[in-house]
Design a protein around this ligand. Structure first.
Ligand SMILES: *[C@@H]1O[C@H](CO)[C@@H](O)[C@H](O)[C@H]1NC(C)=O
Ligand SMILES: *[C@@H]1O[C@H](CO)[C@@H](O)[C@H](O)[C@H]1NC(C)=O
Ligand SMILES: *[C@@H]1O[C@H](CO)[C@@H](O)[C@H](O)[C@H]1NC(C)=O
Ligand SMILES: *[C@@H]1O[C@H](CO)[C@@H](O)[C@H](O)[C@H]1NC(C)=O
Ligand SMILES: *[C@@H]1O[C@H](CO)[C@@H](O)[C@H](O)[C@H]1NC(C)=O
Ligand SMILES: *[C@@H]1O[C@H](CO)[C@@H](O)[C@H](O)[C@H]1NC(C)=O
Length: 415
């Protein structure tokens, strides 16, 4: 299920994080007993004892100056040089020097802070985590973040960031979890996004536009969510290049056209496939019957035609098959009675002769008079700016308040 995937990503990211930070005990102390942790820490090290904490001080003071509303008083104690005691700021032993402490994490989830991100944040070069979910931050993501060569998780979801895709994230070698959802980013997605070793890409609910890149490959993403953007074009056959990693593909409401390529059936790890609310035509590729792990299949609100194939209906893990609001005209075998297989389904508003709540005969005739030839359907995919995004699960453990997701992937995780 989606939530268990989130959980596994979260655990994976935590483990990698800990490897990077090599200071598990302090993190756990921070998590379970913030005060004790800080007291303990200040016994061992003077907070201003090193140049990197001093740079962090400069960066955080610069940030404080461009925060113009902080209704929950998150930054009220951001005074003085002891940055490790600042609310939402987490220190750890440096990865390259066990004798010094550095700022390794920022967690201001749900702080409702209004303001900007200043260039000085580039001084925080030891950061592994930035969690800024659900604030009112605006402006752009500064290019100076290219300095954050250890950054592992970047979550700026549910803010008011604008501008083109923040290409600075492409320069971050350790980035594993990228969450840009629920902002106002616009324009094309860089194809390089799908050539990075990012595990989870969440870019849904922005204003990205462009076709899905014709060539997808190189990414090791297990979750890709690009829903609710204004993409166009079709899903390219190169989607098959994601077969070894992709488990959840959500392309809801992204103006997809053309037929579903049979290569979708090569994504053998897929557990969730949701292409609903698009303009996809043609049949369900029979290859989908090879998706042995598929649990959720949503094809609703498209222009699909033909037969609902038995091979899909007998998939061993299928729990919910939604294909309403299409033009399917026949259900093969057991597909006629999914209830008998314990599969939740929705088959309304199709052209299924023996089922209730179908389209009118006229509507069905009009569509079926224009058969679709998927070999002729032109696949408009972009060579350059492409459209494929994904969101990451909210990373957790380090931070006191992990972000709960209302609905695992699309929800903006409002409190
Ligand atoms: C924040 O601090 C101000 C001034 O001290 C206080 O009036 C307000 O109630 C505080 N807000 C919260 C959410 O604690
Ligand atoms: C990048 O980090 C280094 C220290 O690691 C610092 O000296 C430099 O000023 C930073 N650059 C930016 C653009 O913040
Ligand atoms: C689809 O996305 C657009 C923005 O691109 C949004 O305005 C619209 O409400 C979405 N439709 C659905 C059904 O979610
Ligand atoms: C099945 O999936 C659809 C589409 O994702 C969803 O709206 C519906 O609530 C699900 N049904 C059940 C019973 O989980
Ligand atoms: C579907 O199958 C169930 C159990 O196998 C049976 O009770 C039910 O009558 C069938 N429904 C239809 C419409 O054939
Ligand atoms: C739809 O097509 C069928 C078969 O071609 C025909 O018998 C029927 O009259 C048509 N119905 C309408 C409403 O056009």
């Amino acid at each position: 299920m989606a939530s268990s995937l989130l959980c596994s990503i979260t655990i994976r990211s935590l483990l990698v994080l800990l490897l990077h930070l090599s200071s598990l005990s302090n993190y756990l102390a921070a998590k379970h007993n913030q005060h004790g942790y800080h007291r303990h820490r200040s016994h061992n090290h003077s907070p201003t004892s090193n140049q990197r904490l001093h740079q962090a001080y400069i960066a955080l003071q610069a940030w404080r100056r461009v925060i113009y509303s902080d209704p929950n008083n998150f930054t009220t104690n951001w005074v003085g040089p002891d940055v490790c005691s600042y609310k939402g700021i987490y220190c750890a032993t440096a990865t390259d020097d066990p004798k010094i402490r550095v700022v390794a994490g920022i967690d201001l989830n749900f702080a409702d802070i209004a303001g900007f991100l200043p260039n000085e944040l580039g001084l925080l070069s030891d950061l592994a985590l930035i969690h800024l979910n659900s604030n009112r931050l605006c402006g752009i993501i500064p290019q100076s973040l290219t300095n954050l060569s250890l950054l592992y998780e970047l979550d700026v979801s549910n803010n008011r960031f604008v501008g083109p895709f923040p290409s600075v994230v492409l320069s971050l070698p350790m980035l594993t979890y990228l969450d840009l959802r629920y902002n106002e980013f616009e324009g094309p997605l860089p194809p390089q996004l799908f050539q990075k070793k990012i595990d989870a890409i969440f870019i849904n609910n922005n204003r990205f536009t462009s076709a899905v890149p014709a060539f997808l490959g190189g990414t090791s993403a297990s979750v890709v969510v690009i829903a609710n953007n204004n993409f166009k074009g079709c899903l390219p056959p190169s989607i098959a290049n994601l077969a070894d990693t992709l488990e959840e593909l959500l392309l809801i409401n992204t103006s997809l056209t053309g037929c579903l390529p049979p290569e979708v059936g090569y994504l053998y790890k897929l557990r969730v496939l949701d292409v609903s609310h698009n303009k996809i035509v043609g049949p369900i590729p029979y290859s989908l019957s090879g998706l042995a792990h598929l649990e959720q299949l949503n094809l609703a609100h498209n222009l699909m035609t033909g037969i609902v194939p038995q091979g899909v209906c007998i998939l061993p893990n299928l729990a919910n098959f939604t294909f309403s609001y299409n033009f399917f005209c026949e259900e093969e075998g057991i597909c006629m009675n999914l209830t008998s297989k314990g599969i939740k389904y929705d088959d309304r508003r199709n052209c299924l002769p023996e089922k209730p709540l179908q389209r009118s005969q006229k509507e069905c005739n009009d569509t079926l008079e224009h058969p679709v030839d998927c070999f002729q359907e032109c696949c408009i995919a972009s060579e350059g700016g492409g459209a494929f995004g994904r969101a990451t699960p909210f990373a957790p453990a380090l931070v006191p308040a992990a972000t709960p997701l209302l609905s695992p992937f699309l929800a903006p995780s409002f409190p």
